[in-house]
Design a protein. Structure first.
Length: 392
């Protein structure tokens, strides 16, 4: 509590809590990815009351688990709560005994536990989670465990890590920093993924269960997206509202329409999402067309790509160029469009491919002839995705 009193006093001497939107206490043994953390905190209104961290639990006999921020992840408070915190902290300093029994789970960082307990007793404030604890943090007690987990974390999303700890020396901190910076070469990575916007729960080893996010934090993260994607999602929701996916065209119980008499199906139609937004995207599409493209290869775009590709460009009016972060939406829109009458029976097989991949089209066509296209097939190279709900 004396630490917080000192920090709050420094804020007052420097011009008051209004000079800082957010205040964070972090251990010297942790690496803080400040730019990504600032972007995450930008999702919240600092004038509201927030007390954030990676919650850990302390257990006292006969009482519910008490949640307080993990010492390694740091504690964060908003400008809106700092003035109240100063009064609460001073009261706790004056009224609490100088000794306190350390509950199970709070060993080694009694100061964080005591401060959280003070805020809870006087203000009813409990520490809240504000990010996916597995995707946004690497937190271990032993530095070697931390480094091993950090190395195993996918390189492309190391830029999304908020805090990494515990680290042992400056060389380890510099290594983590260099790898986080290097990760930034992969642009348009969505550091707020779908796992950080759902209504999930978290359960401890004793069976105690609580929501993964407070509702206002979940909603703040949900709306912390690019305006283009928010508009897309809202327009899609309005268009699909009331439609039953289990009936009508596309449902499993609905038979596909028979082909128009006198017409024949293409064997394999390949659809390649592309974009005229950058020249490198056009170059990749042209290279794919020259090297492995066929007359049944179509480049999907909302606008023309180039004269070379014009005859093979599928101008999809519903397409939205949402950048790499939201490519699944473009895929959904593509396959929705392929359900239109002019496409639904035009091909035996429909394949979505990327322009930066090489396709051995003759061999793929040969392999697909082993299967009956009239049956239900969904083919590819399976990968595993793990969600916060435990589903794989």
């Amino acid at each position: 509590l004396h630490f917080w009193q000192h920090v709050l006093t420094l804020l007052e001497e420097g011009g008051g809590s209004g000079r800082c939107e957010w205040l964070m206490k972090a251990p010297v043994s942790s690496y803080v990815n400040a730019p990504t953390l600032e972007r995450r905190l930008g999702c919240f209104n600092a004038s509201d009351s927030y007390y954030l961290g990676v919650p850990t639990a302390a257990y006292s006999p006969g009482l519910d688990p008490f949640m307080f921020p993990s010492e390694k992840s740091g504690s964060i408070m908003s400008r809106g709560i700092l003035d109240k915190v100063n009064a609460w902290n001073n009261y706790c300093l004056k009224s609490w005994a100088s000794t306190m029994e350390t509950p199970y789970g709070a060993e080694g960082f009694i100061e964080d536990y005591a401060f959280a307990l003070c805020l809870n007793d006087l203000g009813g404030v409990t520490a809240s989670n504000y990010a996916d604890m597995e995707a946004s943090f690497v937190l271990f007690e032993r530095p070697q465990q931390t480094l091993k987990a950090f190395e195993n974390h996918p390189d492309t999303v190391k830029q999304c890590l908020l805090v990494v700890g515990k680290l042992d020396n400056i060389e380890q901190v510099r290594h983590v920093h260099d790898r986080v910076l290097w990760s930034g070469w992969h642009e348009s990575i969505p550091c707020i993924g779908e796992s950080q916007m759902g209504k999930f729960s978290i359960t401890d080893s004793y069976g105690n269960k609580k929501p993964y996010y407070d509702e206002r934090i979940r909603l703040a993260l949900y709306y912390c997206k690019s305006p283009e994607f928010m508009h897309l999602e809202q327009s899609l929701s309005a268009r699909l509202d009331g439609i039953d996916p289990r009936s009508g065209q596309g449902s499993l119980k609905e038979l596909a329409p028979e082909p128009t008499p006198g017409t024949s199906r293409r064997h394999l139609c390949i659809f390649v999402p592309s974009s005229p937004r950058k020249q490198k995207f056009i170059d990749a599409a042209e290279a794919a067309w020259r090297i492995w493209g066929t007359n049944d290869t179509f480049f999907v775009s909302k606008a023309p790509l180039s004269p070379l590709l014009d005859p093979q460009t599928f101008l999809l009016d519903a397409d939205v160029d949402t950048d790499y972060a939201h490519l699944p939406v473009r895929t959904f829109l593509l396959f929705e469009a392929l359900g239109r009458p002019e496409w639904v029976n035009a091909c035996d097989w429909y394949m979505k491919a990327d322009a930066d991949s090489f396709l051995n089209v003759p061999l793929i066509e040969q392999r697909l002839r082993c299967f009956d296209p009239g049956q239900h097939w969904f083919l590819g190279v399976p990968q595993v995705a793990h969600s916060s709900t435990g589903r794989s």
